[in-house]
Design a protein around this ligand. Structure first.
Ligand code: AMP
Length: 457
């Protein structure tokens, strides 16, 4: 498998530190507002990457942080007259619900910054002891010039960086130095060897990754905008604290979701929240739109792109539905075309996997999928399908759908849900006949939690 590494600006063969195990960290959201579909783009891309790594047999630990304390959270809480941590919990809950609605289900652990303050303090202490950081009356800062590699990810020279930056904090030795700890008395704040305060932005990620992964791991991801200064700062912190290089084997960055050529962002006001989008469109349609573009390329978002994604997805679903009808129509299971058909599908699957192994090339994988859809439609006219070839195709689309996180056979799922429900209802009726009220009521109330109302009459 080959993955593009931002550090080397080239595709590299993927070799995790421990064979068959992958530690993946992706920067999570700052929870002060609802997430927009630009965030959705990045998290869908990494969800698909996680799915494929698992499909390939890797035992994957996918970690994401939640930035639940920072200036934006505090400012928004003040505007709303609420406590910053209460506000952060509410937006975290909404973020997780949005992710679920988009089929983003592969993160093993969400780690909140506020729950890792002791680990953050330990890392800052080490940086101070080793002479990479200094304390002033306003906080503790990382001294950029002490880390000669600063700029290696973004390929910027330290001199250029420092000269162009203007910083209002006069207590820093150089404008490029960044805060590890901010001395602040107001809530939310924590005790530390440097008085009450709260962590800087960059340090939460390295403290969290060191806690769960150690000082070196396999993949670090995020949007392109995080390369500088955030990821650069992370490298400086972690490699200085541990003395080990490189901090990660592979840096992966997603391209932006743009609107009329500009990055969708809260500050530009050109955003649509995930919630707004999902009121009008199926989550699978948005996933389809996102995965139709390679994760490193920009997406030009607009209503037309959504309509196109919707139509393409419908084309696949309709084709599979027609096949299903054929399957139910007492089709023969023998026929000379049988073997040849299966070879075609196996060959297509091979191509699909090869595309994914080539830096998760989802547009290429989707073009294999559409070639097959065209092929099926052509063959349907010649009526050369057999039961086993249709079953093979359905398995193929189920597998591809699992990798991409898109349900190509929605009717199928509904039918199976109905079947499972019928089994449950049958068991419950038998329980009622035996007057096992407690258990039968439990089934009813748990079904209600899932949105299925049940009335006995
Ligand atoms: P933030 O909460 O702003 O730190 O963003 C969370 C993640 O979403 C980061 O990895 C960002 O790079 C990514 N992101 C933000 N805006 C966009 C966008 N318009 N397109 C793609 N990714 C984005």
């Amino acid at each position: 498998m080959f993955i593009y590494n931002t550090m080397s600006r080239s595709k590299e063969q993927f070799n995790p530190i421990k064979p068959n195990r992958v530690k993946l960290f992706v920067c999570g959201p700052t929870v002060y507002d609802d997430s927009h579909i630009g965030h959705g783009r990045t998290y869908i891309a990494f969800d698909c990457i996680a799915r494929f790594l698992r499909y390939q047999g890797y035992s994957l630990f996918y970690l994401q942080n939640i930035t639940d304390v920072d200036d934006k959270v505090i400012k928004r809480a003040r505007e709303k007259g609420t406590d910053p941590l209460v506000l952060a919990r509410e937006y975290e809950r909404r973020y997780l619900a949005d992710m679920k609605a988009l089929g983003v289900k592969n993160v093993n652990l969400y780690a909140r910054a506020t729950e890792h303050v002791p680990e953050i303090i330990v890392q800052i202490k080490i940086l101070l002891e080793k002479g990479f950081a200094y304390e002033t009356e306003t906080g503790v800062y990382f001294e950029e010039s002490k880390f000669p590699d600063f700029g290696k990810l973004s390929r910027r020279k330290l001199e250029d960086l420092t000269v162009h930056r203007v910083d209002p904090d006069p207590s820093k030795r150089s404008p490029g130095d960044f805060a590890l700890w901010k001395k602040i008395d107001k809530q939310p704040s924590w005790d530390s060897p440097w008085g009450r305060g709260r962590p800087g932005w960059h340090i939460e990620d390295t403290a969290i990754t060191e806690e769960y992964f150690g000082s070196q791991y396999d993949i670090h991801g995020g949007g392109l905008d995080l390369i500088f200064p955030h990821h650069e700062a992370e490298i400086a912190q972690m490699e200085s604290a541990s003395g080990l290089k490189p901090m990660v084997r592979c840096w992966m960055h997603t391209g932006f979701l743009n609107v009329k050529g500009e990055k969708m962002s809260k500050s530009l006001g050109n955003f649509i929240t995930i919630r707004e989008l999902l009121q009008r469109w199926d989550g699978d349609v948005f996933r389809f739109l996102v995965l139709s573009t390679h994760y490193r390329s920009p997406i030009d978002f607009g209503e037309e792109a959504l309509i196109q994604a919707h139509n393409s997805l419908e084309r696949v679903r309709k084709t599979l539905k027609k096949l299903d009808e054929l399957l139910k129509s007492n089709l023969d299971d023998e026929g000379s075309s049988n073997v040849k058909n299966i070879e075609i599908w196996d060959e297509a699957h091979k191509k699909f996997i090869e595309a994914m192994e080539d830096d998760f090339n989802t547009p290429q994988a989707l073009s294999v999928l559409f070639e097959i859809v065209r092929n099926i439609n052509r063959q349907m006219q010649n009526e050369i399908f057999t039961k086993s070839s249709i079953t093979r195709i359905k398995i193929l689309f189920e597998e591809w759908g699992e990798i991409l996180g898109i349900n190509f056979l929605p009717g199928e799922k509904q039918e199976r849900t109905d079947d499972v429900l019928n089994i449950l209802l049958d068991v419950r009726n038998q329980l009622r006949e035996k007057k096992e009220w407690e258990l039968s009521d439990k089934i009813r109330s748990q079904l209600k939690d899932l949105g299925f109302g049940l009335e006995d009459n």
